[in-house]
Design a binder for this molecule. Sequence first.
Ligand code: SAM
Length: 339
Amino acid sequence: MHTGCGITRRDAGQAKSFVPLRGADDSFLWVGKPQALAYIPKSAAFQPFSSFSSPSDLPLSHVKSWYQIVVAVPSEALEKASNVLFEAGSTGLEEVSSQDGTGRLIAYFVGSNQRAVLHEVRSGLPEARINASQVELEDWSAAWRDRFEPVWPTDRLVVCAPWHDVSAPADGYRVVIEPRTAFGTGGHATTRLALQALEGVVRPEDRVLDVGTGSGILAIAARKMGAQEVTAIDTDPLAVQNVIENAALNGVDGIQAEARSLELEDRGYRVAVANIISSILRPMLGRLHSATEPGAVVIFGGLLSRERESFASSLEAGGFKVVDVLQEAEWIGFTTSKS
Ligand SMILES: C[S@@+](CC[C@H](N)C(=O)[O-])C[C@H]1O[C@@H](n2cnc3c(N)ncnc32)[C@H](O)[C@@H]1O
């Protein structure tokens, strides 16, 4: 089952320094079905977003090489080409658009039978220009460590890696994240929006629920903002390991990290945050409603600005009153009050 999505797009001429599988800006290659193409930001900017499916689908942290097929087709054939590539087993797709009416798709394959894949792509796209190659990344972790810069999502908060020599802002706090496969280094707008929203609402003594915790960045920040305890859950067990590691790096206790989704037994939270994606958040609204106290603050992230009205209607129908909407680029986050 796929629990999130994202696809990388970039315009022709943009830097080609993209590291497949995991980018320092929290991009992941998309893993899943082509329906998720619906989530491609239309701006066609390099603005990926995803989360990932079950770890068995994604042994990404161990991947040091991949098979890459570049397909050039007329723009109107891009959707068909992407379907063929996904059908052939691509774990990620990157689109490079150009002005001359042709489009290029770069498809990544991990651990696939390369001859069979190439044969399938050639048969499915007989008119396309196709190039295939094996890409080795000699030092993958070093490559993306180099791209991880400290970020200051608010005046009071800096997020950095353990090797960064950065101090906390005056009267503020520092969150240290060891970048691994889990999402959440502060490099993505959705994380920054959630951190900004949290800073405005967390009070001492709060019990906070972080659904889709990823690296644990929001949970750790909430503790540093004064929350008494945080339940941090994620369907990805690798994320939970990363939360535990990051909590220790930050000298923070009081975070209960669990590999699971939201359950009916979750109750009594004064603050909840869920930075995931609308297709996952919508079915979760009922459980978030029952997990939180009357008047609780519930923060929703991972939403595109074009989803603003439709998601606001879902929130209202689900018993959440919108009290604030934060935006960065095409991403928005809702702060709501449980009615
Ligand atoms: C966009 S990341 C957010 C990570 C981090 N909270 C942040 O704000 O940077 C979404 C996370 O949600 C997790 N996830 C997806 N579906 C979920 C579900 N149904 N229940 C819990 N976690 C889920 C993914 O594994 C992923 O780690």
